[in-house]
Design a protein around this ligand. Structure first.
Ligand code: ZN
Length: 269
């Protein structure tokens, strides 16, 4: 079970493992917490610009999500359907119905029901900083942690992460492919340096290069979102080269599988 914040996060962070484990016959469940209404609208209209209608954006992104699930052969899609909270500091953070405004206990109880229904062997979500500080990603971590505590059933729990070596290479590729790429100012650069983990702290490296094409196609299903267009410009081969190995930090384990490991299901087979 992967717990994600928005439609498209399943493809970027976990598209490879979802496709790989589905191909192995493992049942996969995607929980998407928000409707993605603060994303880009049709024609690339940005939130806050005239003509940006969160309900229409959410409807479009729900269709994109369904297409992505089809590509990744996800067995069950569960939508918690909270309103997208937008980036930290946006007015949408405070809007009624926003995921960020919903008490953790309330949304965690809904997720706990799903954990009881599906009884996943492995749960994947973000780290406590939501990988890069987005409120909905942070909230996904909080409700998952609370729901896992309530149910106490899941043998292995992971947070997605990225090795700092890849993030560095990523910066180089951004410069190569991003026509409008600007060097980050020192504050942004410092924040970037905090993302991910030093390579030696990563516990789990899963080779999903054989599924890079599926991951790319899943992301292509979310082509309405500006950040994804950047990835798609790379083409399948470069994309797989950069994003083909998915990395995690294991935060809970009752199997005793030795670390580092190359399989989320190590110790469970
Ligand atoms: Zn997201």
């Amino acid at each position: 079970m992967a717990v994600h914040a928005h439609p498209d996060d399943e493809a970027t962070g976990t598209g490879g493992v979802l496709a790989r484990y589905a191909a192995e016959g493992i049942r996969t469940v995607l929980v998407t917490c928000t409707d993605g209404g603060c994303g880009d609208g049709p024609g690339g209209v940005k939130p806050g610009e005239p003509g940006h209608d969160p309900a229409a954006v959410a409807a479009m992104r729900r269709q994109e999500l369904a297409a992505s699930c089809e590509v990744l052969k996800i067995d069950h899609l569960e939508l918690l359907d909270y309103a997208d909270s937008g980036m930290m500091g946006w007015a949408a953070n405070e809007a009624p119905g926003a995921f960020w405004q919903t008490p953790v206990a309330e949304s965690a109880a809904r997720l706990a029901d799903l954990l009881l229904r599906y009884r996943p062997d492995v749960v994947v979500t973000y780290d406590e900083n939501g990988f890069y500080g987005h409120p909905d990603h942070i909230q996904a971590n909080r409700i998952t942690t609370a729901a896992l505590e309530l149910t106490g059933l899941t043998p292995k729990v992971y947070w997605t992460t990225a090795p700092r070596s890849t993030i560095q290479r990523f910066g180089e590729v951004m410069r190569e492919f991003g026509a409008d790429w600007e060097e980050p100012d020192p504050a942004e650069a410092a924040a970037m340096a905090e993302i991910g983990l030093p390579d030696e702290e990563i516990t789990t490296w899963v080779d999903t290069t054989a599924f890079g094409g599926q991951k790319f196609d899943a992301l292509a299903a979310h082509a309405s979102q500006g950040e994804n267009i950047f990835f798609l410009k790379m083409g399948k081969e470069r994309f797989t080269e950069l994003m083909g190995v998915e990395t995690f930090v294991r935060v809970q384990d009752s199997t005793g599988a030795a670390l580092p490991e190359d399989d989320l299901f190590a110790g469970l087979r």
